[in-house]
Ligand binder design. Structure first.
Ligand code: LFR
Length: 462
């Protein structure tokens, strides 16, 4: 994505797009990270001469480097099964309550801490001298310089959200060598210049600086929530739905842990207090199983299916792994004694109702647990293109939804670079620029709140 920033303008254009396909090898699910790097280089070539580069990606995953700086194997995909049953072993050493109080991270089997524990006796880890999270690895290949960007580091479960530094005590008790990580970088810090070989390969003239942005895609997306003031919630929609609040300080209470809220770090000292919800992954996997029907007609048809007939828990880790998604959703409906959706339109409706319900639960609970009430829900990311999902989310939350921008992560990434180059001010300035320049759609809540309460009770047994 190429961003152009002026005093009163912010434009994004797509230079190049490439698929990110996980590969199943005999060892498990892996990322084709060389393919991704090749895609980055193609993208830079297509972008043409630029003043600055920044990289963000999904969180928690990493590549290991040997003493020569060479990558050891393909990074493991966070949906790989290797972390099954690992958390319980970790909790035997550091109880889950203590882990939450120290790191503020929600339980997810794929947190880097559990991945490193699962890999403990692997040959690769034994030979590793350096661990770089995915965006830091790509940045390293572009610039030759190593660092660990803070917002993404906060998803490892090895960072203390109060000090915004490593959690030395937790790491040492779990036998995790923090020396594997390169020094922390703040979003906005310089991350080197494109190497001469890179410039030559992509046909650009240097120097081209690389800036550490909020390299966790969700941190970048939250930076691009076009909110005014503090009384807002956000939902970053895409493969995942990340629903929650922006806070000044983490919420580390036992109640918050039980509700599985996370405290990831954001820009300018903020905390992203949110819950991971399975998101449009549920629909993506169904669409894949159905042989890739067009989304437009499917959503129109789903809009005609009666609302809230069956709902599933869109936060359930049972939906994490790829494969057999329509069947798994049908099984969940059957098990909870609800009608089983059959046609693609019925399954799609079940997914969207379930996502809206999960959004409602997350936003209600976040406000209560953080003591931070909101008047509006901002929906950003790919899901903003799904009008039915936006309307259902407004209905479920009983709050207006402001949808847009769709490319929030890319915009948040560009805004941090623009700030480093002196073109915009703080987070609030960036957000005002977004509000003035990006198309936004407002959805007012309709319908009967009691129906959502009843659907929620079906899942919680309340
Ligand atoms: C979204 C995301 C989520 C993270 C998940 C795995 O792309 O980054 O924030 O929980 O992917 O890293």
């Amino acid at each position: 994505m190429v961003g152009r920033v002026g005093p009163d303008s912010l434009e994004l254009t797509e230079a190049h797009r490439f698929p990110n396909r996980p590969v199943r090898t005999p060892e498990g699910l892996r990322w084709d990270v060389l393919g991704l790097y090749a895609g980055v280089l193609d993208g830079l070539r297509a972008a043409g001469q630029v003043d600055s580069v920044g990289i963000d990606s999904w969180a928690v995953d990493y590549g290991l480097l040997d003493a020569d700086g060479a990558l050891l194997g393909n990074p493991v995909h966070y949906r790989d099964f290797r972390t099954e049953g690992v958390a319980e072993k970790v909790w035997a050493t550091v109880p889950a309550e203590e882990l939450y109080a120290a790191t503020g991270l929600q339980y997810a089997p794929f947190n880097t801490l559990y991945q490193l524990t699962a890999a403990r006796h692997s040959a690769q880890l034994a030979y590793a001298e350096r661990l770089l999270l995915i965006p830091d690895l790509l940045t390293y290949w572009l610039t030759g310089e190593q660092g660990t960007e803070l917002t993404n580091a906060s998803t490892t479960q090895l960072v203390d959200p109060r000090t915004r530094d490593w959690s030395y005590d937790i790491a040492s008790r779990l036998g995790i060598d923090l020396g594997l990580f390169a020094p922390l970088r703040q979003p906005g810090d310089p991350a080197g210049l494109l190497r001469a070989e890179v410039l030559e390969e992509i046909g650009l003239t240097g120097p081209v600086p690389v800036t550490a942005v909020g390299s966790h895609d969700t941190a970048s997306a939250v930076a691009a929530v076009p909110a005014d003031g503090e009384r807002f919630a956000y939902i970053c929609t895409g493969t995942w739905s990340l629903a929650g609040l922006e806070l000044d300080a983490p919420v580390l209470t036992e109640e918050s842990r039980a509700a599985n809220f996370t405290n990831e770090l954001g820009l300018d000292g903020t905390v992203r207090y949110l819950r991971n919800i399975m998101g449009l992954w549920l629909l993506q996997e169904c669409v894949r199983a159905w042989g890739g029907p067009e989304l437009g007609p499917l959503l129109l048809e789903a809009g005609q299916v009666p609302a809230l007939r069956s709902v599933v828990d869109a936060g359930d880790a049972a939906f994490l792994a790829p494969g057999r998604m329509p069947e798994r959703i049908a099984e969940a409906c059957r098990a909870s004694g609800q009608p089983v959706p059959v046609s693609p339109a019925e399954v799609t409706r079940c997914i969207l109702d379930s996502l809206a319900l999960a959004h409602r639960r997350a936003i209600d609970e976040a406000q209560r647990l953080a003591g931070h009430p909101v008047d509006v829900v901002h929906v950003v990311g790919g899901g903003t293109r799904n009008a039915l999902l936006c309307q259902l989310t407004a209905d479920a939350c009983g709050l207006p939804v402001v949808a847009g921008p769709a490319e929030a992560a890319a915009l948040g990434n560009v805004l941090v670079q623009a700030r480093t180059h002196g073109l915009v001010g703080d987070l609030g300035d960036g957000r005002r620029l977004l509000t003035r320049t990006q198309p936004l759609t407002r959805y007012e809540p309709h319908g009967d709140a009691a129906r959502w309460r009843e659907a929620e009770a079906r899942l919680t047994g309340g």
